[in-house]
Design a protein around this ligand. Structure first.
Ligand SMILES: Nc1ncnc2c1ncn2[C@@H]1O[C@H](COP(=O)(O)OP(=O)(O)OP(=O)(O)O)[C@@H](O)[C@H]1O
Length: 317
């Protein structure tokens, strides 16, 4: 069913460097969320804090009634079993074939027999479309296949929460589309809570139920996909539409002179909100909402052309 992650007033620094402060949000059980933000805004640090690999300075991360920011190491060890993580590079052991890489967490953390291990490994390989590649070494397969293998390994302990750290990094647009479809299909199938850190605007616009944006040491906005895609808030609008005009500069914020120089420029109209990616079997996911439902409930008129089935360009950039 997936479990909820409740983050309250979370603050993280390294020495004197504040990464982000007072982050409060709830990642709903079973839903897909995307976390965005310019490079260096602390998205990976956020993922690591959620899983207890980094300790926040203040605030809490509540999972099934336990605050993983303060709980004893033993409890943290138990809570971590709820997580599957797809690391950026797949984090495979280079000298082990895919079978042994994927079997690794089962051999480490369970008492399963080798034949039970085999059943799980083959099931997960099938799930990610990699049956038949089990004897290959990670170095012998493409980047896209390595991501899938990493995903199979993240799934072997049947996680309730799956964290994806830039699943699309280094992938071409076609492989990214296939991986996004796999993510949506998996969510429909295993119903776990998914959190994806990405730089890919097309992924952010089409895959998740909810979007968050970290910017300038705080959470600029978090909410339903349609809320952010129809938002006129300058940072959200600029980032989600990949535009140069707006408060975000080449390195963090633009200064007052830069902003004044573009004050007479008209902002391009918000592009249409694309349809959300559906599972390939056409059966909606449990957390999927009707297109336009959030806008209607909140009295927001979506940009013209939104939710058009035939829309080909989704970013409008
Ligand atoms: N263990 C650490 N010790 C000190 N500083 C760290 C540590 N981990 C991360 N940082 C710093 O925290 C900041 C945020 O890093 P992080 O990797 O989370 O950013 P990001 O948003 O994921 O970036 P990108 O989009 O480029 O991957 C960076 O300035 C980084 O140098």
């Amino acid at each position: 069913m997936g479990v909820e992650i409740k983050v309250e007033h979370l603050t993280k620094s390294f020495g004197k460097q504040l990464i982000w402060g007072d982050v409060t949000l709830t990642i709903p059980a079973g839903e897909i969320c995307v976390m965005l933000g310019p490079s260096g805004t602390g998205k990976s640090v956020f993922l690591k804090t959620l899983i207890g690999l980094l300790k926040p300075d203040r605030g809490s991360v509540i999972i099934e009634g336990t605050d993983i920011a303060t709980c004893p190491e033993r409890e943290l060890y138990e809570i971590r079993k709820l997580f599957g993580v797809l690391f950026q590079d797949g984090a495979m052991f280079g000298s082990m074939n895919l079978y042994d890489n994927i079997a690794f967490p089962l051999r480490e953390h369970t008492k399963k027999s080798e034949s039970e291990v085999r059943d799980v490994v083959m099931e997960k390989l099938d799930l990610v479309g990699l049956l038949g590649t089990e004897d290959k070494l990670p170095g012998e397969i493409s980047g896209g296949m390595r991501k899938r293998a990493g995903l199979a390994r993240a799934l072997v302990l049947d996680p309730e929460i799956v964290l994806f750290d830039e699943p699309d990094s280094g992938l071409d647009p076609v492989r990214t589309s296939f991986l996004n479809q796999l993510i949506v299909d998996l969510n429909a199938q295993i119903d776990a809570t998914f959190l994806i850190v990405t730089h890919d605007i097309n992924t952010a616009r089409t895959v998740p139920d909810n979007i968050g944006l970290l910017y300038h040491k705080h959470l600029a906005m978090f909410g339903p996909r349609e809320m952010l895609l129809s938002s006129e808030e300058p940072v959200v609008r600029q980032f989600l539409n990949a535009q140069k005009v707006g408060p975000i500069g080449m390195s963090e914020e633009k200064d007052a002179d830069e902003l004044a120089a573009e004050s007479d420029q008209d902002l391009p109209a918000l592009p249409p909100i694309p349809m959300q990616l559906e599972p390939s079997n056409g059966i909606p996911r449990r957390s999927q909402r009707e297109p336009g439902a959030w806008c209607e409930e909140n009295g927001i008129t979506p940009p013209p052309g939104s939710f058009d089935q035939n829309m080909s360009m989704t970013t409008g950039a």
